[in-house]
Ligand binder design. Structure first.
Ligand code: GGG
Length: 357
C-alpha cells in the first residue's frame, strides 16, 4: 500500500526544514520498505496569498482530502500578510475542516541537549501536551462595533462544546492510561474565567471517573507555567484548551533546550480525514533564507507521521537517529540553536544517513 503524503512547506524556514523532513522520511521508507508518494504544494504561504488574494485554492478540501497525511512546515510572514489572516486562512482551516481535534505535542529532553533548567538530564523531562485543536479560545465568534471611534467595542467569544471537550479529554486519558506513570494534569483558570473553565473542570472530573487507574491533578495556567520551569518532572500528560495548550507547548520545548526540536501531530483520531504533522515552531522570518534552521522538529514530526500511518518501528528508528546525532554532539553539524555552526542541510543529511543504517 502506498501512502500519499502532501507536503506543504508554507513560509520562511518551513521551506527549508520540510526538504530535510522528506529526506529523512525517504531514508526510513527505503529501510523499512514503506511506499511513500509525495506531492508538494505552494499554497498556505504568504507568497501564494500575495499572488492569489487568498491562502488556499478554492478546491483545497478536495485536493488535500485525497491524501493519507499532510506534512506541514510553518505559516506566517507578518511583513507580507497580517498573521491572523495567514493563520486563519490556512493552518486553522486544515485543523477545523479535517477535524484534527487533538494536537499532540511531545516534550522531551533529548540526549546531548542542555536544558536551560539547571541540573536537568534526559529522562527528567518527558511529557505530552494534548491541546484541544478546533474550538476554545480560537473562535471566530465575535465582532467589532463603532470601529475606529471612541466607542469602539471588540468581542471574541470562547466556544467550548461538550462533544469537543469530551473527545479530547478521552484521547488524553487514554494516552495517560497507556503510560507507565498514568498521570494526567489539567490546565485550567477556573478562578478567573468563571464560566467556561469551571465547566472544563467538571468535564475533566466526569472523564476521570472512567479512568480510576489515572491520577489526576489540575493547576491554574499561571502557576502551571511556573511549574513547567520549576518542576518539569511532575508532568506526564497535560491536557489543555486551545490557547493554553499552544502556550504550554512552546514553553515545554523551551525547557528542553530549543523549540527547534519540538514536533506535533494534529490528529483526526477516527481517520475520516488526513492528519497533519508539523514542527511546533513557526516560520521564523528573522532567520529564514540563511540555512541555519533546526530541521529536527520537522523530522521528528515525520516520525510521528509514520507511527500514525502504522509504521511504529520506522518512527522509532527516526527518533533514535535524531538522538544518536545529538549525542555525538559534532558542532559542525548542530545548528546554532543547539550551540553548533552547522546548517539545516548538514544536520538533515546526518540524520538521514543514520536512519538509512
Ligand atoms: N508549524 C507551526 C506554525 O506554523 N505555527 C504558526 C502559528 O502561529 N501557529 C499557531 C498555532 O499553532 O495555533
Amino acid at each position: 500500500m502506498t501512502h500519499r503524503i502532501a507536503i506543504i512547506p508554507g513560509d520562511g524556514i518551513g521551506t527549508e526544514v520540510t526538504p530535510e523532513g522528506q529526506r529523512a522520511l525517504e531514508a526510513a521508507a527505503r529501510r523499512f520498505d514503506i511506499a511513500l508518494d509525495f506531492e508538494t504544494f505552494d499554497f498556505a504561504s504568504c507568497d501564494y496569498y500575495l499572488e492569489h488574494g487568498r491562502m488556499l485554492p478554492e478546491d483545497w478540501r478536495h485536493t488535500l482530502g485525497e491524501f493519507d497525511a499532510l506534512f506541514f512546515g510553518a505559516v506566517g510572514w507578518p511583513e507580507k500578510v497580517p498573521d491572523h489572516v495567514s493563520l486563519w486562512g490556512s493552518l486553522l482551516q486544515f485543523r477545523r475542516e479535517f477535524d484534527q481535534y487533538v494536537n499532540l505535542r511531545p516534550c522531551r529532553l533529548l540526549p546531548g541537549i542542555k536544558s536551560p533548567l539547571a541540573g536537568r538530564k534526559p529522562g527528567d523531562i518527558d511529557f505530552y501536551v494534548v491541546r484541544e485543536n478546533t474550538e476554545g479560545e480560537y473562535s471566530s465568534v465575535g465582532g467589532t462595533m463603532f470601529e475606529g471611534t471612541d466607542r469602539e467595542v471588540v468581542i471574541q467569544e470562547t466556544v467550548m462544546t461538550r462533544t469537543g471537550v469530551d473527545r479530547v479529554l478521552k484521547y488524553a486519558f487514554d494516552l495517560a492510561a497507556s503510560r507507565p506513570r498514568k498521570k494526567l494534569t489539567s490546565a485550567t483558570k477556573s478562578n478567573g474565567i468563571a464560566i467556561t473553565m469551571p465547566w472544563w473542570d467538571k468535564r475533566v472530573a466526569a472523564a476521570a471517573e472512567g479512568y480510576p487507574e489515572v491520577s489526576v491533578d489540575q493547576f491554574h495556567i499561571d502557576i502551571l507555567t511556573a511549574n513547567f520551569v520549576l518542576h518539569p518532572d511532575w508532568f506526564d500528560v497535560v491536557v489543555a484548551s486551545n490557547l493554553f495548550g499552544d502556550i504550554l507547548s512552546d514553553l515545554g520545548p523551551a525547557c528542553t533546550g530549543t523549540i527547534g526540536v519540538a514536533p506535533s501531530a494534529n490528529i483526526n483520531p477516527e481517520g475520516r480525514f488526513p492528519s497533519l504533522f508539523e514542527p511546533v515552531h513557526g516560520s521564523a522570518p528573522d532567520i529564514a533564507g540563511r540555512g541555519i534552521a533546526n530541521p529536527i522538529g520537522q523530522i521528528w514530526s515525520g516520525a510521528m507521521m509514520l507511527e500514525h500511518l502504522g509504521h511504529p518501528e520506522a518512527g522509532r528508528t527516526m527518533l533514535a537517529a535524531i538522538e544518536a546525532v545529538l549525542e555525538e554532539g559534532d558542532e559542525r553539524l548542530l545548528t546554532p540553536d543547539l550551540g553548533g555552526q552547522g546548517s539545516t542541510e548538514a544536520l538533515g543529511r546526518a540524520i538521514a544517513e543514520r536512519i538509512a543504517g
